[in-house]
Design a protein around this ligand. Structure first.
Ligand code: SF4
Length: 219
């Protein structure tokens, strides 16, 4: 009989004894905490410096990230890099990760189309994200999209209502903000809509940059 999602042990069962980024990254490659390991090519673990001031969290790796084994290297990553450069957040100060570490997809012809991870899969993968947050201890967490925001802030969190707002003294970081996922910009139907959505992303990141800059100068 096929194994049901609730029969999988979650990522908790695969966490290493010593919680360091190299140990976590290595252990995550062997994760079988939910069935997504069967359809993704590999675990795409977070990347960045251990002492990064900012952690940005997306939903899950995309097609190109799945092949490369690295987060945010595809078209969404390019948008994110452009937006960060525009607001003056140093990409080297940012640790990037996903709420779910395997690519969930459905076939459409010869293409692999993104499929949204469900609540159980997000919960099953959360121990990796929690461990990354524990090690990096970022000053600011920026959730990109509803999946990451709801994974950390609960299922009632709405990007439409609370994007660009700074939440203080959260259990994950002194500051937490949510904004749209850059891949949502790519899905906009017209170039005008894409431009408007990109400007909205930049405006949100500007708020984050201001806060980070103010902290640096000891405001
Ligand atoms: S998605 Fe997360 S919990 Fe599921 S197998 Fe991959 S790493 Fe493990």
């Amino acid at each position: 009989m096929a194994k049901k999602l609730e029969d999988y042990p979650t990522a908790e069962a695969y966490l290493p004894e010593r919680i360091t980024l190299p140990a976590l990254r290595e252990a995550a490659q062997e994760c079988r905490g939910c069935p997504l390991y069967k359809i993704g090519t590999q675990t795409v673990f977070g990347e960045g410096k251990r002492d990064a001031r900012v952690m940005m969290i997306g939903e899950q790796p995309g097609d190109q990230e799945d092949k490369a084994g690295k987060p945010f290297v595809g078209p969404a990553g390019k948008i994110l890099n452009d937006a960060l450069a525009e607001v003056g957040i140093d990409r080297d100060e940012v640790y990037v990760a996903n709420a779910v570490k395997h690519f969930k997809w459905e076939p459409r012809g010869t293409r692999r189309i993104h499929a949204k991870p469900n609540a159980r899969e997000i919960q099953a993968c959360k121990p990796w994200l929690t461990a990354e947050l524990q090690v990096v201890k970022p000053q600011m967490v920026i959730c990109l999209g509803a999946t990451a925001a709801q994974a950390l802030m609960g299922k009632d969190f709405r990007i439409t209502k609370s994007r660009g707002e700074i939440f203080r003294d959260t259990q994950y970081a002194p500051w937490l903000m949510a904004t749209a996922h850059p891949s949502s910009i790519l899905r906009m139907p017209s170039s005008e809509d894409r431009e408007a959505a990109y400007r909205a992303l930049v405006a949100d990141l500007q708020v984050a940059a201001h806060e980070l800059g103010a902290a640096k100068t000891g405001r």
